[in-house]
Design a protein around this ligand. Structure first.
Ligand code: SAM
Length: 286
């Protein structure tokens, strides 16, 4: 990176409790020359709370494509800049992507100042499997588009997570219920780090009832998490190609040899191949 360039800092801010702000985040925001904030008035409350007086300019979804080049030029002149969003980690369902992408393309150092992120706070407290997950961001606003999305995800074996508004949370539960079995385990993290913080894990059916019957469960900010589908290995069959190979081998060899060769050739499970071979040969004898 050219020595004279400044740095672009991507700084996470609290998602509720103002104390969830790292010392390094505060120091960075005090030391940079300029802060790009999603909403400067909103940022001022947070910055004042921590005695940060750095000048702020607006960088939001409506101006970021246009404004990014000018900000990059400032950094190339040696100015260090931080980007913050209204809450949590910038770029995570928030503005910042064009600026960070352009910084990389312009050989500028991009440094993370990590901190709160609703997605991660929710997953880490949900009790759902989190070794692998997919994040869908904000999901579509119409019921039909939501159902299409849920249909695409319903057989995914990893946990899936999305952000949803209080205005659509009840409809969203109905759409989930139209696609997933009632016993699918889901979790909701609501108002994380705020006074009415609620983290609940339950069956889809129970969650739907709770949201329908408790008005408070339709207020505030939500992260919704769905456990991945459990695929029953016993129900997994051979692929068309594996079956074709097995049939061809059975024409020429004994069941035992055909199965051993099919394991080698197709990589399918021996037990499954053997069961299928027995079924095929008993069908042939009928
Ligand atoms: N960049 C943020 C982050 O790192 O989480 C997300 C910003 S996105 C515009 C706002 C959405 O995040 C909300 O509608 C809600 O779904 C989720 N969210 C933000 N803060 C939350 C909180 N305290 N509790 C639950 N969900 C929250």
């Amino acid at each position: 990176m050219p020595d004279q360039y400044g740095t672009l800092y991507v700084v996470a801010t609290p998602i509720g409790n103002l104390a969830d702000f790292s010392l390094r985040a505060i120091e960075t925001l005090q030391q940079v020359d300029l802060i790009c904030a999603e909403d400067t008035r909103h940022a001022r409350t947070l910055l004042q709370h921590h005695g940060i007086t750095t000048h702020c300019i607006a960088l939001h979804q409506h101006n970021e494509d246009h404004a990014a080049q000018g900000i990059i030029e400032k950094i190339q002149q040696g100015i260090s800049i931080a980007i913050i969003s209204d809450a949590g980690t910038p770029l995570i369902s928030d503005p910042g992507m064009p600026l960070v992408a352009l910084a990389h393309a312009s050989n500028i150092t991009v440094a993370p100042i990590p901190g709160a992120c609703a997605l991660i706070a929710a997953l880490s407290t949900s009790g759902l499997p989190v070794t692998q997950f997919s994040f869908l961001g904000f999901i579509p606003r119409t019921s039909s588009a939501r159902r299409n999305l849920f249909n695409e995800k319903k057989n995914s074996t990893e946990t899936w997570v999305f952000y949803e508004s209080c205005h659509r949370i009840a409809d969203c539960m109905n759409d989930l219920a139209s696609v997933l079995p009632p016993d699918r385990i889901i979790a909701i993290a609501r108002e994380i780090t705020k006074m009415h913080e609620t983290i609940i894990k339950s069956s889809l059916q129970d969650m739907r009832t709770l949201i329908e019957t408790d008005n408070n469960m339709r207020r505030g900010e939500f992260v919704v998490m769905i456990t991945g589908a459990v695929i029953d290995k016993k129900e997994e069959g051979l692929t068309e190609q594996q079956l074709k190979t097995l049939k061809a081998l059975l024409q020429e060899c004994t069941i035992k040899t055909a199965v051993s060769l099919a394991v080698e050739i197709t990589g399918a499970r021996k037990k499954l191949l053997y069961q299928t071979a027995l079924e095929l040969s008993s069908n042939n004898q009928k």
